[in-house]
Design a protein around this ligand. Structure first.
Ligand code: SDX
Length: 423
C-alpha cells in the first residue's frame, strides 16, 4: 500500500494512498484527526472525495463519461432510458426477464394516488414546476409511507425505485397541464416510458397526441445523458440526506431542490433565457462575452464551465449534434441554435475561457432540444430531474449498502468570537 506523508509540527504522519479503477488517486484521511488533531478545509469540496463509487466515471481532462464502464455515447445511441436506469441502479444490463419485471413495476407505479391530484388543485397556475415537483415527490412519503429500506425485502426497494422513476414523469406532465389549464392525461399501460410522457404532455380530449417516434428517440437520449454524473451537488445532497436514514422519497426530494439552482440543473432554463434575451434585444455575441468576463457584472455565461470537465462536456457534444439533426429532420430552424453556435465559437476562441478551461456543458444545448419537443423552458430543470432520478437512486442505494453505515457530518474551522460572557 503506497502512502502519503504529512508533516505537522515536525511530526511525520502517513496516510494510505487509494487508487481507483482508472488510476485516479486519493489520500485516505479517515483517521487524520485521530492521528494529528487536524481536519482539512476545502471550500466547495473541490479536492475532497466523499466516497468510493462504482457507478459513474468522469475524466474531466479527457472529456470522458461512463456509466458502469459503458461510454455515454454508446449508451445514448443503443440503449433506452429504462435500460440505462436499470444499469445504473443494479450495475448490469437487464436480462429479458429483469427488463420485463422492471417495466412492469414502472407501469404498475405510473399512476399517482388519486388524493394527490387535490394537491394540484390548490396550486397557483404560475407555480414553478420545480416547486411543484419537490412538493409532490415529498408527498409520496405521505401516500406511500415507508421506513428507510428493509434489507430483508429487496423487492420493496425495486418497487420504490420504479415508483419514483415512473411517478416523477407523471407529476411533471400533470404540472404542465395545470400550468396551461388543461385536464390531466393519465399514463397508459400500453406506451413505453418516453412516449407515455409525451402523450401525457401533449394529448388533450379534443386532440389526441400523434405519436412521434423521432421525438421519443430524442427524449430517450436526453434522459440518458442526464441520468448520473458522480458526486455533483444534487447527488451529494441525496447521499448526505439519505445518510440520516430518512426514506428514499425525502432524500431525492432534497436532490430536486439542490438541482433547481441556476449554477446546477437550473442552468438549462437560464441558457434559454439568455439566448432569448440576446435575440429579443439584438445583443451582439461579443458584448455578451465581454459581460461574462467583466467581474463587475453579476453575469455568467450559463451553460459554460464545469467543476470537473476541463474539456468539452461529452454530453454537450452529443446534444449539439442531436440539435442539428433533429431540427434539420423537421425542416425547422431555431434562431436560438444559431446564437448558441456563435456563442460557443466565441468561447472556444477567447483567452479568458481558454485559460480557465471553460467549455459548453450539458445545459448549453439541452434547452434547444426541449424547446423543439414543445416543452416550455420553466420545465427544463424538471426534465433534468426526470433524467437524473435513476442516478440519485443508484447513488443512494450504494450509500445505503456501504458498511459500516455512517451519517455524513462534515467538520469546520471556527472563526467566530472567542469565549465571552453576557454583559
Ligand atoms: C451542471 O457537477 C456536475 O457534474 C453538474 C452537472 C451534472 O450533470 O450534475 O454537470 C450539471 O450543473 C452543469 C453546470 C451548469 N451550470 C452552469 O452552466 C452555470 C455557469 N457555470 C458556472 O457558474 C461554473 O462554471 C460552475 C458552477 C459550473 C462551476 O463552478 P466552479 O467549478 O466553482 O468554478 P468557479 O466559479 O470557481 O470559476 C472559475 C473561474 C472564475 O474566474 P476567476 O475567479 O478565476 O477569474 O471561471 C470563471 C469564474 O468567474 N467562470 C465563468 C463561468 N464559469 C466559471 N466565467 C464566466 N461564465 C461562466 N459560465
Amino acid at each position: 500500500m503506497k502512502t502519503a506523508k504529512i508533516i505537522i509540527d515536525d511530526r511525520e504522519h502517513e496516510f494510505p494512498l487509494v487508487t481507483g479503477t482508472e488510476q485516479e488517486r486519493a489520500i485516505d484521511i479517515s483517521d487524520l484527526y485521530a492521528k494529528t488533531g487536524c481536519i482539512t478545509l476545502d471550500n466547495g469540496f473541490q479536492n475532497t472525495g466523499a466516497c468510493a463509487s462504482a457507478i459513474t466515471f468522469i475524466d474531466g481532462d479527457k472529456g470522458i463519461l461512463r456509466y458502469r464502464g459503458f461510454d455515454i455515447s454508446e449508451l445514448a445511441d443503443k440503449l433506452s432510458f429504462v435500460e440505462t436506469a436499470y444499469l445504473l441502479i443494479y450495475g448490469s444490463l437487464p436480462t429479458i426477464d429483469q427488463k420485463s419485471l422492471f417495466s412492469r413495476y414502472l407501469t404498475e407505479n405510473s399512476m399517482l394516488h388519486e388524493d394527490m391530484i387535490h394537491y394540484f388543485v390548490g396550486m397557483p397556475p404560475r407555480a414553478h414546476p420545480m416547486a411543484i415537483l419537490s412538493s409532490m415527490v415529498n408527498s409520496l412519503s405521505i401516500f406511500y409511507p415507508l421506513s428507510f429500506v428493509d434489507d430483508e425485502n429487496p423487492q420493496e426497494f425495486d418497487r420504490i425505485a420504479a415508483r419514483l422513476i415512473s411517478m416523477i414523469r407523471t407529476i411533471a406532465a400533470f404540472s404542465y397541464k395545470k400550468s396551461i389549464g388543461e385536464p390531466f392525461v393519465y399514463p397508459r399501460h400500453d406506451l413505453k416510458y418516453c412516449m407515455n410522457f409525451l402523450n401525457m404532455m401533449f394529448s388533450s380530449p379534443v386532440k389526441p397526441y400523434e405519436f412521434d417516434l423521432e421525438a421519443e428517440r430524442v427524449l430517450n437520449k436526453l434522459l440518458i445523458l442526464h441520468a448520473d454524473h458522480e458526486q455533483n451537488c444534487s447527488t451529494s445532497t441525496v447521499r448526505l440526506v439519505g445518510s440520516s436514514m430518512v426514506n428514499l422519497y425525502a432524500s431525492v426530494c432534497a436532490g430536486i431542490c439542490a438541482l433547481w439552482g441556476p449554477l446546477h440543473g437550473g442552468a438549462n432554463q437560464e441558457v434559454i433565457d439568455m439566448l432569448e434575451d440576446i435575440q429579443r434585444n439584438g445583443r451582439k455575441v461579443k458584448d455578451v462575452i465581454a459581460m461574462a468576463k467583466d467581474k463587475t457584472k453579476n453575469f455568467r455565461l450559463f451553460g459554460c464551465g464545469h467543476r470537473v470537465y476541463k474539456n468539452y462536456d461529452p454530453r454537450a457534444k452529443i446534444l449539439k449534434d442531436t440539435c442539428a439533426t433533429f431540427l434539420a429532420g423537421r425542416h425547422a430552424n431555431d434562431p436560438l441554435l444559431s446564437i448558441a453556435l456563435e456563442l460557443e465559437d466565441a468561447v472556444l476562441h477567447d483567452d479568458y475561457f481558454i485559460e480557465r478551461k471553460l467549455y459548453p456543458n450539458v445545459d448549453f444545448y439541452s434547452g434547444i432540444l426541449y424547446r423543439a419537443l414543445g416543452i416550455p423552458s420553466a420545465m427544463f430543470t424538471v426534465m433534468f430531474a426526470i433524467g437524473r432520478m435513476p442516478g440519485w437512486i443508484a447513488q443512494w442505494r450504494e450509500m445505503h449498502d456501504t458498511k459500516p453505515f455512517r451519517i455524513g457530518r462534515p467538520r469546520q474551522v471556527y472563526v467566530g468570537p472567542a469565549h465571552r460572557s453576557l454583559p
